[in-house]
Design a protein around this ligand. Structure first.
Ligand SMILES: Cc1ncc(COP(=O)(O)O)c(C=O)c1O
Length: 504
């Protein structure tokens, strides 16, 4: 058999050939018996090998169909003669544990292990049931993931990478991606960045955790509504968060507490209300930071997904000395990719890198290389343009349909989510009914800072009625979207504060 394999598959790399002969890597626990005589030890070892193989098949570690290593590689691994291993295989074949297939080696038999124990491998966690109307937040539509481009970039990036790209990486992340990102962020978001100012992480949340270990002081201000796990990660680092209210011009930055050493903002598209920080407030918050030696953390989580004609550039461009710009591909590509970035004022780079450690501890360098190729090849820009069209249509559809039931979705035409404002006491009733009708959506109160009162966080001019629900319109499958939107409009209409509006 080996000869046949040899002659039919010639390869330029002798290691390939060796690896093919060695077959699968198999860990077997062969307990030595130090008391046995040398001769007895050989017999014991043979017995242990047979027992270890039976046990591995019985407990499912070697599932049905698994191909076992050839005699000689297993013999070398366990320190037995080739003939001894061959005789163990024969014994297990005779007992029905293994089968020999002409020309393809020895395999675990189809039924025997499981039939003997009656145990099937069980799932570690059960998948949650899929909701009927899936408006889960925070996800782009998975069907849009640019699979072919990602595969092409993987091929190019891995082929072209120098050998040292596969060594433990630099704590700031690979220079290749930092160069690509510096160019991309300058071009697409107006960010002023040199590759040396960029630190790569796995996610915005991971970036906040890193900042909380390195640069945050005692207190930082946050928007009255935002992701609770972002606040938690900051608070776990020992920094208190103080809420600032939101109105139609974004976070009210004029009254930020003097004690705050910085502020975390989503200036391009406030999460979740959807409003954008006005130009006057942008200038004011930069001045607040500069005059008090403070920092602004700009979470630019969906900055590229803007659907009207006036793109809002990054706040960082106005104050690269005081703004830390954070972003990730979680909204633009997929939260499964786990690559994110911080653009730091130059004076903070050493502090943050020191907190990260001596090598890249988190984000996969291979994925970083692939993303760099995706950006440099133009495929990332093409994907963003395609995504914008797709989500713009979805947002228009949902806002248009809700408008017919009398609901105005606040905020700018951007992103992957929309807020449906409701009176505070309506929210829990609608959310309970939504769950009963099979909706996945989020109550607005979930995002409220605990120190922010029910109605004082958001003013009515940004849709704040004290309550509401937040829907992710990127998530529904294309085939379900139209029906999901109808079902959502029906649900909301049943709870409108003024049912008269339904007839209009
Ligand atoms: C407000 C906000 N910030 C940041 C992110 C990015 O998340 P990640 O931590 O996966 O980078 C999201 C994505 O859901 C978000 O909604």
């Amino acid at each position: 058999m080996d000869k046949r394999v040899n002659s039919s598959r010639s390869t330029s790399d002798p290691w390939d050939e060796v690896a093919r002969h060695l077959g699968i890597d198999l860990y077997l626990d062969l307990q030595p018996d130090p008391t046995a005589s040398p001769r007895g030890r050989g017999a014991r070892r043979r017995h242990s090998l047979a027992e270890a193989l039976r046990a591995a098949i019985d407990d499912g570690r070697l599932p049905a169909g698994t191909r076992l290593p050839p005699y000689r590689s297993l013999a070398a691994d366990v320190g037995l003669a080739r003939g001894t291993v061959a005789s163990v295989y024969q014994e297990l074949i005779a007992e029905g544990w293994l089968v020999a297939r002409q020309g393809s080696g020895t395999h675990v038999a189809d039924t025997v292990g499981r039939a003997r124990t009656g145990t099937e491998p069980t799932a570690v966690t059960a998948e949650p049931p899929t909701p009927c109307h899936n408006f889960t937040l925070g996800q782009p539509n998975s069907s849009l993931f640019p699979r072919a481009d990602w595969i092409a970039s993987t091929r190019r990036a891995i082929t072209d990478a120098p050998d040292d790209a596969f060594a433990p990486g630099h704590p700031q992340g690979t220079a290749r991606l930092r160069r690509s990102l510096a160019g991309y962020l300058a071009r697409a978001r107006g960010v002023r960045a040199e590759p040396d100012q960029i630190v790569l992480t796995t996610s915005v949340m991971n970036a906040l955790e890193l900042l909380s270990r390195s640069v945050f002081g005692e207190d930082i201000a946050v928007e009255s509504h935002g992701l609770p796990f972002h606040r938690h990660v900051i608070e776990r680092g020992g920094t208190s968060t103080v809420p600032a209210p939101i109105d139609a011009d974004g976070a009210v930055v004029d009254d930020l507490p003097d004690t705050a050493t910085g502020v975390l903002l989503t200036p391009s598209h406030q999460f979740p209300t959807g409003v954008s920080l006005s130009p006057r407030r942008r200038a004011a918050v930069i001045e607040w930071a500069r005059s008090g030696g403070r920092l602004i953390i700009e979470d630019d989580y969906d900055g590229e997904l803007r659907y009207d004609r006036e793109p809002v550039g990054a706040l960082q461009a106005l104050g690269p000395d005081v703004v830390i710009h954070a972003g990730s591909v979680s909204k633009s590509l997929s939260p499964a990719v786990r690559v994110a970035w911080l653009v730091l004022p130059p004076r903070l780079v050493d502090t943050v890198v020191w907190a990260k450690g001596i090598r890249e501890p988190d984000a996969s360098i291979v994925d970083q290389l692939v993303l760099a190729d995706l950006i440099d090849s133009g495929a990332y820009d093409r994907h963003i343009r395609r995504s914008r069209q797709y989500y713009r249509r979805r947002r228009d559809r949902i806002t248009g349909r809700l408008a017919r039931t009398g609901v105005r979705v606040p905020g700018i035409a951007a992103g992957l989510h929309a807020v449906i404002p409701l009176p505070a006491d309506t929210e829990p009733r609608l959310v309970a009914e939504a769950a009963r009708r099979g909706f996945a959506l989020a109550p607005l109160s979930f995002f409220r800072h605990p120190a922010s009162g029910v109605t004082d966080g958001m003013t009515a001019d940004c849709g704040g009625l004290g309550g509401g629900v937040v829907v992710g319109f990127g998530t529904p499958a294309a085939s379900a979207f139209a029906a999901d939107v109808e079902a959502l409009a029906d649900l909301v209409a049943d709870y409108l504060p003024n049912r008269r509006l339904r007839a209009e």
